[in-house]
Design a protein around this ligand. Structure first.
Ligand code: NAP
Length: 245
C-alpha cells in the first residue's frame, strides 16, 4: 500500500531535477501522475517509458495563463480529478541588480510566480467540486532570507509564500490545503551552474555539510500530498539541511 494510492497528482516541471524525483516518488507511492515540461520532450518521453501507463507528460508553459487552463481541462478529462497540485516549475536568471534587465526580472516572475497563480486558479474549480485537494508550491530558502544576485528569484519565491498562506486561509473551509516547501541547495542542473568555489562556500554554511538530493524534496512532497498531513496547511516546510535555522 502506498501513501498516495488512488490519488491523481499534477506536477509542473517534471522532466528534470526535483520535479523528476517527485514524479518517480509519487508513482512509487501509488499515485497516477500528470507532469508538465516546457521543452525537454525527449526526457519527458523517457520518464513515461520508464514508469509505465500511470504517468503522462504534457508539454505546457506554466507561465502562460491560457495554456494552463487548457492543461487543467486535459488533465481532468484524462483522470477525472486532481488531488494534489505541485507547482514546481522554476528558473533562475541570476545577476546583480545594477545589471538586471527588465526581461530577466519579468521572465523569472512569470515562470516562478505567475505560474503558481495560473495553475492554482484553474485547478481550484476541480478541487472545490471535490471538496478536497492539496496544493504544494516550491519556494526556496532564498525566498525567506534573500540572496545577493538573485533579487528576481528571491522576490518570486517570497511571493509564493504569501500566496500559499493566503490560499490556505481562503479555501481551508472547502477541504483544500496549501503549503510551500523551501528547499535549500539541492543538487540539480539548476545548482550545477554554480562555480566550485560557490558550491564549497554554500556547503560550508550548511549544518548537514552537503547539498540535498532531489529525493529529499520529493519525500516532503509525498508527506504534504498524502493523508499523513491532513491537518497541515499554510506552512512553509524547509528542506535545507538546517540552513534555515
Ligand atoms: P531544473 O533542474 O532546472 O528543472 C526545472 C524544471 O522546470 C524542468 O522540468 C523544466 O522543464 C521546468 N520548467 C522551466 N520553465 C518552465 C515553464 N515555463 N513551464 C513548464 N515547465 C518549466 O530545476 P530544479 O533544481 O529541479 O528546481 C525545481 C524547483 O525547485 C524550482 O521551482 C526551483 O526554483 C526550486 N528550488 C530549487 C533549488 C535547488 O537547489 N535546485 C533550491 C530551492 C528551490 P524543461 O526540462 O522542459 O526545461
Amino acid at each position: 500500500m502506498g501513501l498516495l494510492d488512488d490519488k491523481v497528482v499534477l506536477i509542473t516541471g517534471g522532466s528534470r531535477g526535483i520535479g523528476e524525483a517527485i514524479v518517480k516518488k509519487c508513482i512509487a507511492e501509488g499515485a497516477t501522475v500528470a507532469f508538465t515540461y516546457r521543452s525537454s520532450a525527449d526526457r519527458a518521453n523517457a520518464i513515461v517509458k520508464e514508469l509505465g501507463d500511470k504517468v503522462k507528460g504534457y508539454q505546457s508553459d506554466a507561465s502562460d495563463f491560457a495554456a494552463c487552463e487548457e492543461l487543467i481541462k486535459q488533465v481532468v478529462a484524462d483522470n477525472e480529478r486532481i488531488d494534489v497540485l505541485i507547482n514546481n516549475a522554476g528558473i533562475t536568471k541570476d545577476t546583480l541588480m545594477l545589471r538586471m534587465s527588465e526581461a530577466q526580472w519579468d521572465d523569472v516572475i512569470h515562470v516562478n510566480l505567475k505560474s503558481v497563480f495560473n495553475l492554482t486558479k484553474h485547478a481550484m474549480r476541480t478541487m472545490l467540486k471535490q471538496r478536497s485537494g492539496s496544493i504544494i508550491n516550491m519556494s526556496s530558502v532564498v525566498g525567506v532570507f534573500g540572496n545577493a544576485g538573485q533579487a528576481n528569484y528571491a522576490a518570486s519565491k517570497a511571493g509564493i509564500i504569501g500566496f500559499t498562506k493566503s490560499i490556505a486561509k481562503e479555501v481551508g473551509s472547502r477541504g483544500i490545503r496549501c503549503n510551500a516547501i523551501a528547499p535549500g541547495f539541492i543538487a540539480t542542473e539548476m545548482t550545477d551552474e554554480l562555480s566550485d568555489d560557490v558550491k564549497k562556500a554554500y556547503t560550508d554554511a550548511i549544518p548537514l555539510k552537503r547539498f540535498g538530493e532531489a529525493e529529499d524534496v520529493a519525500n516532503a512532497c509525498v508527506y504534504l500530498g498524502s493523508d499523513m498531513s491532513t491537518y497541515v496547511s499554510g506552512q512553509v516546510l524547509s528542506v535545507c539541511g538546517a540552513m534555515n535555522t
